[in-house]
Design a protein around this ligand. Structure first.
Ligand code: AP5
Length: 226
């Protein structure tokens, strides 16, 4: 689908990254996940990474101005001209307002915002058992999506690690931040008739099928409006 400007919204561990990776392959659109962008910056010890690290380690959101700059420059890239998938951005109302302004300056708007929703108990189970590939961020779960060989990434053979912010006390803080600062975006986008809800508690394949069904409906509605 071309011209699809998509946001994946949802609590930590709801499966945004899992679904985002699939969508990126299926739709062949650039995929901008702010968590991945920030972790790469921390690893490369850039100025962005040095600023973000202390917030991420605590489970806090990084300041809006820091993240808005990092995403704004990507949306203006030629590769994003025919659509993009945003994962983990926006995460606050000021970020959503900045995104709307940046897109408007490019003569664009969002097509839809997909809320991948799960409850807090499911988040604790998912993040507690997540294992992440140290090299390229591929994601597994010791129970729900185990790698073929313990501790080794199926895709590139690198070591699987527990993310620093997947420790139980930090997960709790991330959930608090989600409820306080990100959840208001549900009403924000609902009010603009952009929000679509997906039950993220189903198996990954079922969630993916539901997302594709929604996107097909959207495309149909778009075609009919022409
Ligand atoms: P980020 O990396 O974006 O973390 P997050 O939103 O907390 O999301 P996660 O990556 O933890 O989870 P996910 O929803 O992608 O789930 P996943 O698919 O991995 O951000 C990290 C930090 O960066 C933030 O805390 C903040 O400090 C900073 N940051 C980022 N963006 C920011 C912004 N815009 N503003 C300010 N700060 C920002 O799945 C989780 C696990 O569950 C995996 O093990 C997976 O295998 C499993 N799983 C997935 N789907 C299913 C399923 N359907 N059934 C069973 N298991 C499943």
């Amino acid at each position: 689908m071309s011209g699809l400007n998509l946001v994946l919204l949802g609590p930590p561990g709801s499966g945004k990254g899992t679904q985002g990776e699939r969508l990126q392959e299926d739709l062949r659109l650039p995929y901008y996940a702010t968590g991945d962008i920030l972790r790469a910056a921390v690893r490369d010890e850039t100025e962005l990474g040095r600023t973000a690290k202390e917030y991420m380690d605590r489970g806090d959101l990084v300041p809006d101005d820091v993240i808005v700059g990092a995403i704004g420059e990507r949306l203006a890239l030629p590769e994003a001209a025919d659509g993009f998938i945003l994962d983990g951005f926006p995460r606050t109302v000021p970020q959503a307002e900045a995104l709307a302004a940046a897109l408007s300056a490019l003569g664009k708007g969002l097509t839809t915002v997909l809320l991948v929703d799960v409850d807090d108990g499911e988040v604790m189970k998912r993040l507690g058992g997540r294992r992440t590939c140290a090299e390229n961020g591929h994601v597994f779960h010791i129970e729900f999506n185990p790698p073929q060989q313990d501790g080794v990434c199926d895709v590139d053979g690198s070591t699987l690690i527990v993310r620093d912010d997947d420790k139980p006390d930090v997960i709790g803080r991330r959930l608090d931040q989600y409820h306080e600062k990100t959840e208001p975006l549900i009403a924000f986008y609902d009010h603009q008739s952009l929000l679509r809800r997906v039950d993220g508690s189903a198996a990954p394949e079922e969630v993916a099928t539901e997302i594709h069904r929604m996107l097909a409906t959207l495309k149909l509605e778009g075609d009919e409006a022409l």
